[in-house]
Design a protein around this ligand. Structure first.
Ligand code: FEO
Ligand code: CA
Ligand code: CA
Ligand code: CA
Length: 607
């Protein structure tokens, strides 16, 4: 989702402004990238895809992209009525089918770790939000924000997470969804969840339906996601502010978290038939979302856990690694203008034995916010109650309140206000941590922060990618950082704008998905079509410096998201979110979908 946070409205496209039009021109004229690097990464040797192509989804010669799992496809839990462009699915059926708006994703191999080829695994993926007009097949009934009880139930069922079993077989070695599957699962906006960590049971989490503050129904607005080293899935709740009916005049903290006066911004309208989403009656329900949720994809009966020690935020990802002494380290960005980058370091070490051996790992540790200083240096500032002014006198009663109001705590510590941090990713080769800073057209505007060392453009309509290093230990208190690539054609190779989805493959190469507005108003009434979104590869440590190389051009209207490489490097899975009509099937209702890209000779993706 191109969030924009407070102004987000999924029924409307966003404008990027004149700079984006310039970006289009720069892209059309961009020279081809040179061949990739030597060193640890295989050279990026594919022929880059031009920005302007006829095909609805274009990959380099010698590669094939196949749709694997589209909105409405059965998960494999049970047989359901086949999806059709004119089929109005029931909420019960939608709970057994792919939800809408695929986003973050992770792959969990079932082949055994020693297998040279990845042929069997689980894919866990997020269904971030819904297009209510497409979902309910009755646009007229939605006029003036009205909803029927069935529409609310269908919308809630189309949110959440899918876990599907996938296998690669046959002459074409194509991936398919295994059906039936005992591993398949759907998690939705009303699946029961546990709460753990310092906010579990907190007064600010207690509601009439849950007086203990320890059992929450559902997850939604799930944006980015990551696998942990112990084999679980971390799904991140992002734009929660669009799901609640706020008080007529929200309080200061509610406004800080994006709730608007008069109910503006509540696009989901669930409160009409599910009263817990009405903050005028249940103000604490808002505090029960915005968390990182841990799911064991290997156990479809497992109760998902909201991990409050990782802080509450408009979360966009939770890249997880291991420190020098064996502790879990989680990096997280908060996708909103002038918000923060976070790190959690666990108290205890990661143990062998999967989720069963690490059930409480993410409940104890230190959450910090990043400060990026001039000169390429930076420091993690601990969000620990009693330190740095995080005291009762300043409105933080305990550690539970610090993690519930992470934004206000970070304001007080002086974390660096970033240009919409989207995905974070850790290189398995170098230990470098990367973050996409998608854009920030507001930087430098009157009354708002201007340029700083780590966010050097004011305004920044096309975004950048930044990295930091911890001197070999992800748990170090300080780090060194630099900028890897600037959007808008300022980095060598193929131009891009608004980097969002991000993964580092087993060879240390970046795969960058973009989420720019596909269309803008060049002048009132005059519409200019921008290039389509794309996926680019980049060797961040190439001898001649980073170069972007366009690997995929996506269907019109969509954003590319969820990139993840299979462990053998021979399949790249990604998601196509909110395509225009005509994809994946010409003439049909558009459907977000998971796509598997393979090389026709069976080789490593990218060369
Ligand atoms: Fe859901 Fe920040 O994208
Ligand atoms: Ca998104
Ligand atoms: Ca985005
Ligand atoms: Ca995103």
């Amino acid at each position: 989702m191109d969030a924009m946070n407070e102004t987000f409205d999924p029924t409307r496209r966003h404008s990027l402004g004149a700079a984006a039009a310039w970006m289009m021109l720069a892209s059309l004229g961009a020279g081809r990238a040179q061949a990739g690097s030597a060193g640890t990464a295989p050279a990026l040797s594919f022929t880059p895809v031009p920005m302007t192509v006829e095909a609805p989804l274009a990959v380099p010669p010698g590669y094939t992209a196949r749709v694997l799992y589209a909105w409405g496809d059965a998960t494999g839990q049970a047989e359901v009525t086949p999806w059709g462009s004119d089929v109005l699915v029931t909420p019960a059926a939608q709970r057994l089918q792919a939800g809408m708006h695929h986003d973050g994703m992770a792959f969990f191999p079932l082949d055994g770790r020693r297998q040279a080829r990845t042929r069997h695994g689980l894919l866990a993926l997020n269904h971030e939000y819904t297009d209510e007009r497409l979902l309910h097949l009755d646009a007229a009934s939605l006029a003036d924000g009205a909803r029927t009880p069935e529409q609310v139930a269908r919308s809630q069922a189309a949110h959440g997470v899918s876990v599907i079993e996938v296998r690669r077989e046959g002459a074409a070695a194509a991936w398919s969804v295994v059906r039936p599957s005992r591993q398949a699962r759907r998690i939705t906006a009303d699946t029961p969840m546990a709460v753990s960590g310092p906010a579990a049971g907190h007064a600010l989490l207690r509601t009439a339906a849950d007086p203990e503050g320890r059992r929450i129904l559902g997850t939604f607005a799930n944006c980015a996601a990551n696998a942990t080293p112990w084999g679980t899935y971390l799904t991140c709740e992002e734009n929660i502010q669009g799901y609640f009916e706020p008080p007529t005049e929200p309080g200061a903290s509610q406004r800080r978290w994006g709730l608007q006066a008069g109910g503006r911004g509540n696009w989901a309208r669930w409160h009409l038939h599910d009263e817990r989403f009405d903050l005028r009656r249940h103000p604490n329900e808002f505090h029960r979302f915005g968390w990182v949720v841990e799911i064991d994809p290997h156990d479809p009966t497992m109760t998902p856990v909201k991990r409050t020690a990782l802080g509450r935020a408009v979360h966009e990802g939770a890249a997880t690694g291991v420190s020098k002494d064996g502790r879990a380290v989680v990096f997280m960005g908060e996708d909103a203008r002038f918000e923060y980058i976070y790190r959690f370091v666990s108290r205890d070490r990661v143990r062998p034995g999967g989720f069963a051996a690490n059930r409480d790992l993410l409940d104890h540790g230190t959450l910090s916010v990043a400060r990026f200083d001039a000169g390429g240096r930076g420091r993690w500032l601990p969000l620990t109650h009693g330190q740095g002014g995080l005291t009762p006198e300043n409105g933080f009663a305990d550690q539970g309140e610090v993690v519930i109001r992470t934004r206000e705590a970070s304001d007080r510590l002086g974390g660096t206000k970033m240009d919409r941090p989207e995905w974070t990713a850790i290189s398995p080769v170098t230990g470098e941590v990367f973050v996409t800073l998608t854009n920030n057209a507001q930087r430098g505007k009157p009354g708002l922060p201007g340029a700083d060392a780590a966010n050097p453009r004011a305004p920044n309509p096309t975004g950048h990618i930044l990295r930091w290093r911890h001197g070999g230990d992800l748990a170090a208190e300080t780090f060194q950082w630099d900028i890897v690539a600037l959007g808008g054609g300022e980095t060598a190779g193929d131009a891009f704008s608004s980097p969002d989805g991000l993964t580092v493959d087993p060879f240390g190469r970046l795969w960058v998905a973009t989420d720019a507005a596909p269309m803008l108003e060049a002048a009132p009434g005059e519409r200019l079509w921008l290039p389509r979104n794309q996926l680019l590869a980049c060797d961040p440590n190439a001898p001649g410096g980073p170069q972007m190389r366009r690997f995929l051009v996506a269907p019109p209207g969509c954003e590319v998201t969820g990139p993840v490489m299979a462990p053998d490097g021979r399949t790249l899975f990604l998601n196509i979110q909110h395509p225009d009509a005509g994809w994946p099937a010409p003439g049909g209702r558009p459907r977000s979908a998971t796509v598997a890209v393979t090389k026709d000779d069976g080789g490593v993706i990218g060369g």
